[in-house]
Every structure is written in structure tokens, then in C-alpha cells.
Design a protein. Structure first.
Length: 183
């Protein structure tokens, strides 16, 4: 069970609870590099995609295509257009806020690094899903999103309810993947 003071610090950090005099609005020490790097990555993604808004709003689209399995004609294709640019900064911005909140809420938790890794992987999977311009790549990122959701929901793996809910989410989201898969 998490400490109520830690939860209050997390709510203050997320801007959902005002600070009283003398309180500090900074992440707890002890999270180390896992408390800083994912947040910087999320903020950097937000800033990068936000910087693309003027050119995309002017009608440009950014496309990157790299051969993946050339013998089968499969390429990795990424597209930044108006629709994907609507979601990409949201993913980076909300990801940064969630990571910032978890930095305080889970401060000192023995599995904090694992939590930060799972949150970052989920954020990057979602980003890949909205930027994918290829059905195969979209399927890969959908499956990564499914798997990282399972890991996040099952974070408290010693609790039966957490394990059951994680398996249920894996089953439900896993069922949506095959109908949308290529072939």
C-alpha cells in the first residue's frame, strides 16, 4: 500500500492538489536516472512534434520510408501529417505529465525503474502506432501497446486482482489485433 503523504505529493506535483506553505514541489530523491530521463524524453518528443505544427499546417507532410524486409517488399514507413500531429504532441505531453506524477507517487518504490521503463515503452508504442504509415508496422505497434498495457496493469504483480486485470486486458486488446492484421 502506498503512503498517503506520497500520494499527496504526487497530486501536488500533477497540479491536482494545492501546496501548503513550506512544501516543495520537486520529485523525491532516490529515483535517479529513471526519474529524469523518461521525462526529458517525453518533453523532447512533445517539443519536437510541436515544432512541426507550422510546416504541417501549411500542407506539408513528413514521410520516412526504410526497407525492413526487402525480399518481401516490406518497408518501415512513418508519416507525420495533420492527423498524426494531432496525437503525437498529446502523447508526448501526457506521457511527460504521467511520468512526472509517477516520479513522485512511486518515489522510493523498489520497482520504480521498472514502472518508468514500462510507462516509457507504452508512450513510445502509442507514438509508433499514430505515426505508422504501413499496415505491418501499425500491427507491430498495436501489439507492443497491448503488451505494455499488460505490464502496466500488472505492475503490482503480487496482487491477485492486478494479475487478473492484466490478463483480461491482454485478452481483450489482443483480440482486436488479429482482425486488423495484414493478410
Amino acid at each position: 500500500m502506498l503512503d498517503p503523504d506520497r500520494e499527496a505529493r504526487g497530486l501536488r506535483l500533477a497540479g491536482l492538489r494545492p501546496m501548503s506553505a513550506g512544501e516543495h514541489n520537486t520529485p523525491q530523491r532516490g529515483n535517479g536516472i529513471w526519474g529524469v530521463v523518461p521525462i526529458l524524453l517525453a518533453v523532447g518528443l512533445f517539443a519536437r512534434f510541436a515544432s512541426l505544427v507550422p510546416s504541417i499546417a501549411a500542407g506539408e507532410a513528413l514521410t520516412v520510408v526504410r526497407p525492413w524486409v526487402p525480399s518481401l517488399g516490406i518497408s518501415l514507413a512513418v508519416l507525420v501529417d495533420g492527423l498524426s500531429l494531432t496525437f503525437a504532441p498529446l502523447i508526448g505531453g501526457i506521457g511527460a505529465l504521467v511520468l512526472l506524477y509517477s516520479n513522485s507517487y512511486l518515489a522510493g518504490h523498489r520497482h520504480f525503474a521498472r514502472s518508468a521503463l514500462h510507462l516509457t515503452a507504452f508512450m513510445l508504442s502509442m507514438l509508433g502506432l499514430v505515426l505508422a504509415d504501413d499496415l505491418m508496422l501499425r500491427f507491430v505497434f498495436w501489439e507492443l501497446t497491448t503488451f505494455t498495457s499488460y505490464l502496466l496493469i500488472g505492475f503490482s504483480h503480487t496482487a491477485e486482482k492486478s494479475r487478473r486485470n492484466a490478463l483480461q486486458a491482454l485478452f481483450v486488446t489482443g483480440q482486436a489485433g488479429p482482425p486488423s492484421s495484414p493478410g
